[in-house]
Ligand binder design. Structure first.
Ligand code: G3P
Ligand code: CA
Length: 263
C-alpha cells in the first residue's frame, strides 16, 4: 500500500471459506498464502485436552454427534472433520484436512513451519470449566516457551475472549501474554476506550463497526490496537481499512491479501 499502512491478516479458523475450519491443512494453506497469523478457538475435552473446535457440539463440523466437552480425546480423534465441507478434496491432497486439530498439534506445526507466525487463541465458554481452560492453556504455552513473549520469538501468541473473566485469569497467570477483548456489542467502559484486565487490543465484530463507527476512534485514542472479525468482502474490508485497524481476521485470507497487494 502506498501509504505504508497495512493491517495484519489473520486466517479465521484457518481460513474457513475455502477449506474445512480448524484443520491443520487449512492452517498450513493460509500460511503458504502469506497470512500473518492464524485464529483458532479452543475447548476442553472430557479428559482435559485442549482441542480446536468452534461449536460446543460436533454436529456441524464433523461426522460425530454431541458435545465436545462430553468426549475424550480418543473419541474425538476417531472422527472426520473435513468431509462435511465442500472444499474437502476427493483426492486427499492435503491429508490433514480431516483430522482433529489439538492445540498441541497446531503449536507443533507453527513452531516448525519455518516462518514467523502470530497465533490468536480464543478460549470458549470459560464458565463451563471454571478456570480450567485458561489454566491448561497457560500451562501448555509455558511448556512451549510462549507465555512470556519476546519480540524476536518466531511464534507470537495472543489470547482472546468475549469474557472479561477469561482475560482476568490469563493476566493473573501470565501477565506478559497479550490479550484481545472480543466484542459483539459495546460493553460498559469500552465506548470510552477502556478495555478490561490489561487487554492490549479490542476485537470488535465488523457489524459493530458498521453500527457504531465512533467506537474505534475512542479505543485508538486510549492507545489500544484494533483487530476486527470477520472481514470477508470488499465493502467490509474498505470500511475497516478506512479506520486503519491493526488486524483483519478473515475466512478468506487469500482474498484479503490480494486486495491489500492491489492498493
Ligand atoms: O476472531 C474472533 C471471532 O472468531 C469471534 O467469533 O464465533 O467466530 O469465534 P467466532
Ligand atoms: Ca473465534
Amino acid at each position: 500500500m502506498s501509504t505504508g499502512y497495512r493491517p495484519l491478516v489473520f486466517a479465521h479458523r484457518g481460513g474457513a471459506d475455502a477449506l474445512p475450519e480448524h484443520t491443520l491443512g487449512a492452517y498450513l494453506r493460509a500460511l503458504e498464502e502469506g497470512a500473518d497469523g492464524l485464529e483458532c478457538d479452543v475447548r476442553l475435552t472430557r479428559d482435559g485436552h485442549l482441542v480446536c473446535v468452534h461449536d460446543s457440539k460436533l454436529d456441524r463440523t464433523s461426522d460425530g454427534r454431541g458435545r465436545v466437552s462430553s468426549k475424550t480425546l480418543a473419541e474425538l480423534d476417531s472422527l472426520n472433520y473435513g468431509s462435511w465441507h465442500p472444499g474437502y478434496p476427493a483426492d486427499a491432497e492435503l491429508p490433514d484436512l480431516a483430522r482433529l486439530l489439538t492445540l498441541e498439534r497446531l503449536l507443533e506445526a507453527v513452531r516448525s513451519c519455518g516462518r514467523p507466525v502470530r497465533l490468536l487463541i480464543e478460549t470458549k465458554h470459560p464458565s463451563r470449566y471454571g478456570a480450567e481452560v485458561e489454566r491448561r492453556l497457560v500451562r501448555m504455552l509455558r511448556h512451549y516457551g510462549l507465555a512470556d513473549p519476546k519480540p524476536d520469538d518466531d511464534v507470537q501468541v495472543t489470547v482472546m475472549s468475549f469474557a472479561a473473566l477469561a482475560l482476568r485469569r490469563i493476566r493473573a497467570q501470565a501477565p506478559a501474554l497479550p490479550t484481545v477483548y472480543l466484542m459483539e456489542f459495546v460493553p460498559p467502559g469500552a465506548g470510552r476506550g477502556r478495555l478490561p484486565f490489561g487487554a492490549r487490543t479490542a476485537g470488535p465484530g465488523v457489524e459493530l463497526i458498521r453500527a457504531r463507527p465512533s467506537l474505534l476512534p475512542a479505543i485508538k485514542a486510549a492507545g489500544h490496537q484494533v483487530y476486527v472479525w470477520t472481514v470477508n468482502d470488499e465493502a467490509d474490508l474498505s470500511l475497516v481499512l478506512e479506520h486503519r485497524v491493526d488486524g483483519v481476521i478473515t475466512d478468506r485470507p487469500r482474498f484479503v491479501l490480494d486486495q491489500l497487494d492491489r492498493m
